[in-house]
Design a protein around this ligand. Structure first.
Ligand SMILES: [Zn+2]
Length: 374
């Protein structure tokens, strides 16, 4: 659920990352923190429910049994030949790595120094964990990467690396805080901590690293944001961020339903002048009513009793002078029943990536067989 709630974040100017030549310079840099405590490893979901993928190695790798309750985590296979693709696929309900059937339900690919592997064409640091799904027909690929190398990639993926060093440092601290919060509060319930997309924060592996992002991460090593929680204790909080706030940020409780001291809306004079115009002034978008209805019921089964949604009415909004942001909507149904939904949940049900329907700073207009967002 939280994944959907936080998917509103817009990736920061991803297009500005210079992808050309991204392999090379950072590939020879050793991966630090390979011996750090488990709580400082980040588990990034790279691929979900796949039946196969290709591994290329830049250093020899060992394949070890990754079952948490395995008696021995011995080496199951060893690959020394560099550059040759190793196919990973499901076979007989198990995972086969380069033809070797893994004994358990999980396998860990452990590359030698500099601890980098290439999965489906992209380079990542740390280890690769393969987890077979219960039905044995597909598996997930999870990158186990120490926190600071993870951040060196996230900072470069979320912010252009030519920005001021202080901005990159602030981004590193924010991303570190956010990641640790999500890991702590949601990681224990699943086999991974964060996705590699804007559903959490964008992570592109070695490709997004640069000398500038490494500098930002190293200069802020271990620094996180904290706030006072009820009872007076200090702890980290979900340090949400976005590329464009539209002129005023929003209280977190209006967006996610959770409230944290620092996460209150403040005016922002910056976006309007520096954001990409298409991010700040996005065009009218329309969505077919039947599709919207189907998507809403898929996500919120309680809405089934409404029948067809006949009207969407603003129920609460934050007013900022020249503009306002919808935070709660009332849905009226053909059965005569109604229900309410956070506006952000409505938005991300309709457009899960949030890249078309960019915010809830809009008016919702009934256009016959379509809903228009102006
Ligand atoms: Zn702003």
């Amino acid at each position: 659920m939280i994944t959907n709630k936080i998917a509103w974040r817009v990736p920061l100017l991803l297009c500005l990352i210079t992808l050309g030549g991204c392999r090379g310079r950072q590939l020879t840099k050793p991966t630090p923190q390979m011996d750090i405590e488990p709580q400082f490893w980040v588990r990034v979901l790279l691929l979900k429910d796949i039946t196969g993928c290709t591994l290329k190695i830049v250093s020899p790798v060992s394949v070890i049994n990754g079952d948490p309750d395995a008696q021995t985590q011995g080496t199951e296979a060893r690959f020394e030949e560099l550059g040759a693709p190793i196919n990973i696929r499901t076979a007989a309900g198990r995972i086969a790595v380069g033809g070797h059937l893994i004994t358990g339900e999980q396998a860990i690919i452990l590359p030698d120094d500099p601890h980098i592997f290439n999965l489906n064409g992209d380079d990542y640091r740390g280890k690769l964990k393969l987890i077979i799904n219960p039905d044995g027909s597909s598996f997930d690929a999870v990158n186990l990467v120490p926190l600071e190398p993870y951040l060196a990639s996230v900072v470069g993926a979320e912010m252009p690396n030519y920005w001021e060093p202080a901005a990159l440092a602030a981004q590193a601290i924010t991303a570190r805080t956010y990641c640790l919060y999500i890991k702590k509060h949601f990681g224990s319930k699943r086999t991974w901590d964060v996705r590699k997309t804007q559903a959490n924060q964008v992570y592109l592996g070695v490709c997004a690293e640069s000398a500038q992002t490494w500098s930002a991460v190293n200069r802020t090593y271990g620094q996180v944001l904290v706030c006072k929680h009820p009872g007076g204790t200090e702890d980290i909080f979900p340090a949400y961020y976005s590329s464009t706030c539209g002129g005023h940020t929003e209280n977190s409780e209006h967006v996610f339903g959770d409230s944290f001291g620092p996460l209150v809306g403040v005016p922002c004079p910056y976006c309007k002048d520096v954001a990409k115009p298409s991010f700040f002034f996005w065009p009218i978008v329309q969505f077919d009513k039947t599709t919207v209805g189907t998507k809403l019921v898929q996500k919120y089964s309680k809405l089934k009793r409404l029948g067809e949604i006949t009207n969407i009415i603003p129920a609460r909004q934050s007013n900022y002078g020249k503009f306002s942001r919808l935070t709660l909507v009332k849905l009226l149904g053909s059965t005569g029943k109604s229900d309410s939904l956070r506006a952000e949940d409505l938005r991300l049900s309709i457009d899960p990536t949030g890249t078309t329907l960019r915010s809830t700073i809009c008016k919702i207009v009934n256009m016959g067989d379509k809903w228009a967002f102006l």
